[in-house]
Ligand binder design. Sequence first.
Ligand code: SF4
Ligand code: SF4
Length: 475
Amino acid sequence: MSLLGLGEFHEFGAADQRFLYLVPSAAVFALDDPASALIDTLGVQRLNREDLLAAVSPRFPGNGLDETLAELELVRAVRPVATPAPETPTIIPLTPFPLTTAVLNVTNQCNLSCAYCYEYSEDKIVDTTTGAQPKFMSEETARQSIDLLFREAGDNAVVHVSFFGGETLLNFPVLSRVVPYAREEAAARGKRVEFNLTTNATLLSSEMIDFLVEHDIAVTVSIDGPREMQDRFRVFRDGAGSYDALLPRVRELLRRHHSRPIGARVTLTSQVNDISGIFHHLTEEIGFQEVGFAPVTTSPGRDHALDREGFDKMVAQFKALADEFLDAAAADRHHGFSNVSETLAEIHKGVSKAYPCGAGLGLMGVSTGGDVALCHRFAGSEEHRLGSVDTGIDREAQTAFLERHHLAHKIDCHTCWARPLCSGGCYHEAHTRYGTSTHANLHYCDWIREWTDICLRIYGELAERNGPFLNRFDS
Ligand code: SF4
Ligand code: SF4
């Protein structure tokens, strides 16, 4: 009789309960006492079925141990050791893959001069000063981008248009004309289009807010926190801080725009890293509903780069804020730490990724000149070009990209329990760190695993303490 052993999972505890995060299926499985005993016994020694049941049954007489074992086998928490663990299948999505999101880089110019900006710093991928790409997207290119999105959307009933920069509002005239155009095109095709816009908010006027409200456009404001943190890096060309310029504008936006959540996005650096202070300032003192944090994308060794100690400090603070999220969610109160809600949504849906994000798949970035690339961060890069709004998506280039970037080629990730959610991490971060978008982001594995474990624990706690809270992630 074949020996049984343990499958691939990550164990975690929450609410006095043991859970397994099952790597092959990305499912969360709660262990009752008999299941725990079976797992613990196999953790010490591989056994055949009869011996395993005989070893555990004295503690659980007449308790349906057979069925419990069958269930553990079904979810692959237990598996015959003679059967090799399945390899990561290299299934390349069939193209044409329907496009869900077009990110329009409406300008590559900015009125700020943030020292850490990936677009202008020494780490930039696209040199916007050569003139190869125009400074501003024309209305024609913006319309062509919308046409491309609808042409390539397949059966998607809803498509998304994101406006990005540079500073997006520097090209408000084009933006304000392409939004109604996209709405008309969507209506003509029986589809819905949703918009979001990322801005530094320093140019936001009352008229622009009227427009955002009227057209139901979600807004993300790039802001790093209270004045002393915001003004550390987010400065105008003359070095003056931008906090005072954006604050009244953001307050007006928050006062008048209620149909969509207005989020803040914070870039964490070695100098801007008081996560709790930033979060509470942005939510309680300014009024943002959602705040998301991301470590700066940069080469190691730069002044603002997070080092090992910086990452450790960041995770400890993330954990403290995630605990606040848990307390609020357990009591059915809103908490705007969006890093948690985004990860909980993925856990709840059982997301298991062959690619870290939708870039080059259902999401593409369009440069100011109309080149189509993996995402907004690569827009205008010849190396990462996947077509143009004129000629459409280059399916050969897209297939080659999907083949080269599949998780199956990231050997280091194959034994990592966090791979269903991480899948090697952001291509842009990888390109900045390792010079190629195909590389796994091995510099932050410990952090990713720790953060995933924190979110799994919160998921388990909520499942026990306020299960209905998780229903919001069904859709
Ligand atoms: S990059 Fe690191 S954390 Fe992410 S899947 Fe690969 S090994 Fe795991
Ligand atoms: S490659 Fe990175 S920056 Fe681009 S969409 Fe993916 S996660 Fe975002």
